[in-house]
Design a protein around this ligand. Structure first.
Ligand code: GDP
Ligand code: MG
Length: 315
């Protein structure tokens, strides 16, 4: 199982690795001297790979020191220094990071899923329901995205596919009322896990945040320790946009972790570095496709090995 997982990770990260690697390789191939131009180019390369502006500048600044210190001159030496620095930063920023999902010790566990439209909330809920059900857990879904009828249907479809129940109300109902019913049912009928879907429309930011706060209150009133996770879904293919979404949500919603979706479709795995360095939120799950079993726990070491390992081998 572990090997299968590694293989999947590796396959999914191939895009990130080659593009990130290719960019760095190209930079290093054109390398003549370690001067200001070189560091400008390096910053640009890192920004293009979505490590985030702050992180790119930080890496570049620290590298300037390091390259001087080590008196690195050949492109080989410089490359090694760069990659070592990236790994070091990644590890250092991740100290104390908790990538586990937390479940209640007794009674129902509640996970709340938030994020803008289209990032993959509903799909992730379906995938996670499938995984939990396979583990023998009694799983309930709440169709808290009542904004469009289509959104409710989509979750109901997942419920059918996976074989778990979905609490729903007609479109335009108060999402907090749906969640209230779902939490009551979860308690009364001894469900192990309740996964709560929410709307993510952006044109109404203040309302959305109020709505999420209200949903949270309803959950906590029924189960004081809940929600046990508030997970923000981010679409890895949207790069810097995903980062600004996260900053917005973080301001108003007490998030416990990130779900990074569509990692199979991106050439920009650098976003994981940006999330870690700038947001200080743990990535807990990654989406590697649209199918039921395309969901993995985030393994920071494996991710780093995948992303940087190839670079070390190339240079
Ligand atoms: P929501 O609006 O946040 O609930 O997003 P959805 O769950 O409806 O997903 C939006 C689209 O992204 C759908 O077409 C999903 O199939 C697709 N999607 C979600 N997660 C992934 C993923 O990990 N990989 C890929 N390739 N597609 C995904
Ligand atoms: Mg949805």
């Amino acid at each position: 199982v572990q090997d299968e997982k590694t293989k999947k990770y590796d396959q999914s990260l191939t895009k990130s690795r080659t593009t990130f690697g290719e960019k760095l390789s190209r930079l290093l191939a054109n390398f003549r001297t370690v001067d200001d131009d070189f560091f400008d180019d390096l910053e640009e390369t890192l920004i293009e790979a979505d490590v985030g502006f702050e992180t790119a500048v930080k890496i570049s600044d620290e590298l300037k020191q390091e390259v001087k210190l080590k008196n690195a001159k050949s492109s080989q030496e410089v490359a090694e220094t760069i990659i070592q620095k990236l790994i070091e930063l990644y590890e250092q920023q991740g100290k104390g990071e908790d990538n586990q999902l937390h479940y209640a010790s007794s009674g129902p566990t509640v996970f709340l899923f938030v994020g803008v439209n289209g990032v993959g909330k509903t799909t992730t809920i379906g995938k996670l329901a499938y995984r939990l059900k396979k583990q023998g857990k009694k799983v309930l879904l709440a169709a808290g995205d009542t904004f469009r009828a289509g959104a409710i249907e989509q979750l109901v479809e997942w419920g059918k596919k996976v074989g778990v129940e979905v609490v729903q109300k007609p479109a335009q109902s108060d999402p907090a009322a749906v969640v209230f019913d779902a939490v009551k049912k979860a308690k009364k009928e001894n469900y192990d896990v309740l996964l709560v879907d929410t709307a993510g429309r952006l044109q109404n930011k203040v309302n959305l945040m109020h709505e999420l706060a209200k949903i949270s209150r309803v959950i906590t009133r029924e189960i004081p320790a809940a929600p046990h996770e508030v997970l923000l879904a981010l679409d890895a293919t949207t790069g810097q946009n995903a980062l600004s979404q996260a900053r917005e949500f973080k301001k108003t919603t007490p998030l416990t972790g990130i779900i990074l979706t569509k990692l199979d479709g991106t050439a920009r795995g650098g976003i994981v570095l940006a999330i870690r360095n700038e947001l200080h939120l743990p990535v807990k799950l990654v989406g590697l496709g649209e199918k039921m079993d395309d969901l993995e726990d985030f393994d920071p070491e494996k991710f780093a090995a995948g992303l940087f390992g190839q670079l070390l081998a190339q240079n």
